[in-house]
Design a protein. Structure first.
Length: 232
């Protein structure tokens, strides 16, 4: 009898936790889409990062099985490894031209640039002159490449100096409900690709540079690696 009561109590608490998690997700989605919150990038980023953790917990608990499956499917090749391994710009800054007409992707890139700038390790400077840009951000819609983001880089050899980079954000995956990309994950993807444009490589650590490219925002380890790269 005691065992039955214990099991019933456990089930009740589990259901309460699941319902609480779902409620938190709904509240977070509502607030994250509110204009007044978008004005405060740091608060919005913190809220959305918490949302990512709630989504991950619910997915592990089996409440969101589709999220885990579709996220994994889109993320296995989410961000192709660029060819700039160990390469860097002459200085820890670069001019960026946003060749983006979609307001959501443009804002995601601006938020991602601001996030990197806030670290003090690298500075992205937005330019309206495409010819003077060192990095160009573009949107694509490609269902065949399996990547939500890609970065192509040009190098000057043998010194392995970056001369140009093009960041591609793939609307097919980022805006497709089947792949469950939240606003925070879109920002994380932009941060990841800009990390490649800086010269960072993939890592399996807790990092914005994980191959999935959307699970984490910029981490202290990422800042350390950028500083090490540009201190040489």
């Amino acid at each position: 009898m005691k065992l039955i009561k214990a099991v019933v109590t456990l089930i009740r608490w589990t259901l309460k936790l699941i319902l609480t998690g779902i409620l938190l997700m709904l509240v977070a989605y509502f607030l994250a889409s509110s204009n007044w919150l978008k004005a405060d990038n740091k608060l919005a980023l913190a809220l959305n990062q918490g949302l990512v953790q709630v989504e991950a917990w619910l997915s592990k608990a089996g409440v969101l099985p589709k999220l885990a499956m579709t996220e994994r499917k889109a993320s296995q090749a989410d961000t192709d490894d660029n060819q700039a391994q160990g390469a860097r710009w002459p200085q820890n800054q670069a001019r960026v031209y946003l060749e983006l007409t979609d307001p959501k992707l443009k804002r995601a890139c601006l938020v991602a640039m601001s996030a990197w700038n806030d670290t003090g390790a690298f500075k992205f400077v937005q330019t309206t002159d495409k010819d003077k840009a060192q990095i160009i951000c573009r949107a694509i819609s490609d269902s065949t490449n399996g990547a939500a983001g890609e970065t192509e880089t040009d190098l000057a050899l043998p010194q392995k100096q970056l001369t140009h980079a093009t960041v591609y954000l793939n609307k097919y995956y980022l805006f497709n409900p089947s792949y469950s990309y939240s606003w925070q994950r879109i920002i994380n993807t932009a941060e990841h690709e800009l990390g490649h444009a800086i010269g960072l490589r993939h890592t399996n650590e807790i990092s914005v540079m994980q191959p999935t490219g959307s699970n984490y925002s910029i981490q202290p380890a990422d800042v350390t690696k950028v500083r090490e790269l540009y201190s040489r």
